[in-house]
Design a protein around this ligand. Structure first.
Ligand code: SF4
Ligand code: SF4
Length: 328
């Protein structure tokens, strides 16, 4: 159990420093509350699972993604993949600068790599591919930055879901923020994330993570392992060499150079979400029309709106989705 340690730092001073380093949003979650409420009790990943020394507070940093990349309609546009990858790098540097500034001020701090995936927890075809050591989205909700949406994407009042997150943990006794009570998501009455999803992975307050992973990490571990397995199984050596020199190998090579298409990928659900202070002026005109919408998707949304009760998936995540009373 992480115990708080005295500090001269205040939450205001810490947040000001994070902003001066380039963070667009910053919030502080109570690590003990995150220990108490793991998002997935069957696979609890909480601050105390990472450290029992420096996890009493979870500082969540966010940078907005570029508006121009959200205006690009294709889910697999390379400018999105590369832009997001550069943003992740910038956020990691920002978080590391914050770590050293905190430590220079007597508060040991631990950077938690948001995009690190535990390979031991990946079970092909049975589990979501990207199992992170700590859910940054849930930490962001606990830190008061926003709430989860219909497909469990984090939504913020400022930028909707269009943010990339970073995490720094510390046990310095700084004041945590409070969670928002009411959902920011407009629910299935909106459903734009479902309409736009190329994997059709958006469900009623849930997401098919296995289907989503093929798009949000198109050249990730699963793609690579499947491809290399198919090369090994090819009995004809000339064909095998051809495969190694083919398009898939090139895609894997390019993705591994930067992580683009591995730790970044589809975010159509974020691009089209109408929540956020940035939406009306900077996005609506360009993303209003959704080419991926189908009659089947619209019917499913109608059924969700008409449902007499909320699904179990909502009940399991209601702490982070927030109160829907005003919307359902
Ligand atoms: S990231 Fe892409 S595939 Fe996954 S839910 Fe969003 S739109 Fe669908
Ligand atoms: S697009 Fe609409 S339904 Fe989907 S997360 Fe955003 S507000 Fe909620």
């Amino acid at each position: 159990m992480n115990e708080l340690i005295p500090t001269t730092l205040t939450s205001e001073v810490l947040k000001e420093k994070a902003r001066s380093l380039g963070a667009d949003l910053v919030g502080i979650a109570d690590g003990a509350l995150m220990d108490q409420f793991p998002p997935d009790p069957d696979n609890p990943r909480t601050p105390s699972h990472i450290t029992e020394i420096d996890g009493a507070r979870v500082i969540v940093l966010a940078k907005r993604i570029s508006f121009a990349t959200s205006r690009l309609p294709k889910w697999n546009d390379q400018h999105k993949f590369y832009g997001d990858e550069l943003l992740i790098s910038a956020l990691e540097e920002l978080a590391l600068d914050l770590v050293f500034w905190m430590e220079d001020n007597g508060a040991p701090a631990l950077l938690v790599p948001y995009h690190h995936v535990d390979p031991l927890k990946f079970t092909k075809g049975q589990d979501a591919q990207a199992t992170h050591p700590l859910s940054a989205e849930h930490a962001a909700v606990e830190a008061g930055l926003g709430t989860l949406g219909l497909n469990h994407q984090l939504i913020t009042p400022e930028y909707g879901p269009r943010v990339i997150l970073g995490i720094v943990m510390t046990s310095a006794d700084i004041e945590p923020d409070k969670k928002m009570a009411d959902a920011l998501c407009l629910g299935p009455e909106c459903g734009r994330c479902l309409s736009a999803c190329p994997a059709d992975a958006v469900q009623h307050w849930d997401r098919d993570w296995v289907a989503c992973d093929k798009y949000r990490s198109p050249f990730g571990f699963e793609f690579m392992s499947d491809y290399l397995t198919s090369v090994l199984k090819e009995p004809d050596q000339a064909a095998q060499i051809g495969m190694l020199r083919g398009m898939e190998s090139s895609e894997i090579f390019q993705a591994m150079l930067r992580g683009s298409g591995i730790i970044t990928g589809c975010r159509r659900c974020a691009d089209v979400c109408p929540v956020g202070g940035d939406y009306e002026d900077l996005l609506k005109k360009w993303v209003d029309e959704i080419p991926e919408v189908t009659p089947e998707k619209l019917n499913r949304l109608k059924e969700m709106v008409a449902a007499a009760t909320l699904p179990e998936a909502y009940e399991q995540q209601s702490r982070w989705i927030g109160n829907l009373d005003a919307k359902i």
